[in-house]
Design a protein around this ligand. Sequence first.
Ligand SMILES: [Zn+2]
Length: 297
Amino acid sequence: MINFSNLSINPATAQIIRTAVEANRLPHAVILEGGSESDRLTLARRLAQALLCRGEAPPCGECADCRKVLRGFHPDLTECLAQPGDTESLKVDSIRQIRADASIYPNEANRRVFLLHNMQLSNEAAQNALLKILEEPPVYVRFLLTCPSATALLPTILSRACVYNLGQQIETRSDEANEAIHETARQIARALGAPNEYDLMAVTGAFEKDYALLPPVLTQLQLTVRDALSVKSGAGQLPLLSACSGEAAALARRFTVRQLLEFAAIATEMQAAVNGNANRNLLITRLCSRLSAAAGK
Ligand SMILES: [Zn+2]
């Protein structure tokens, strides 16, 4: 069974991954983004173990395959660990080599796994070379890619893979980025109280241009709604943690507890959908229509 110990990973993502592993249904190409670099690599190795393990409830951690992955030399696992400044890994030649290796049947396990760490360091030619095999991989081949943000990869690669977001690293964001997140969350909160749905459509439409903004804004929206619920419950004397305290107070005045709970549920559900790599435009449209309906528009 896969474990997430010592990993900082958002619980919704962990649950999605656990379900996929238990059902033996990990997609043939997985992209791990968000979180820290070491967590992405550790999780990728645990997934490699799950894919190669031939024990009960993979990864069992005890079979020969699991132990070989842990020791770092399983014949059916190829790790390509690029580091910033590394000029050779993940170049078009090494991807061509991977393509050649992928055509060789696994030596020991039932699968052949390629772990490409720091894919954001690969250039367009390398990504296009990788795309060729992602489009028609041999049935036993699995890819595990890591990168800080999947937006660094070609859309054609993204369309062939499943993106799992480990979570935002808030400390690495600039003040400017944080302000953009807070401002967008404030705009959504104000739009919820607007008489029609046009304001909400305009604000959520901005995610079509900047999709990376959506997950942290959803988190901020959850905090704002939580603050509104705390105001509503009379616990308003507690310090409001959200950067949107004015909007939280306005939400508390304008909406019922049931509506506020519904907003929070929608934000949580959409967060899980983002992590599950749902279709972006559909998700943005659904976010807008669900919030509108919950707000009684
Ligand atoms: Zn095992």
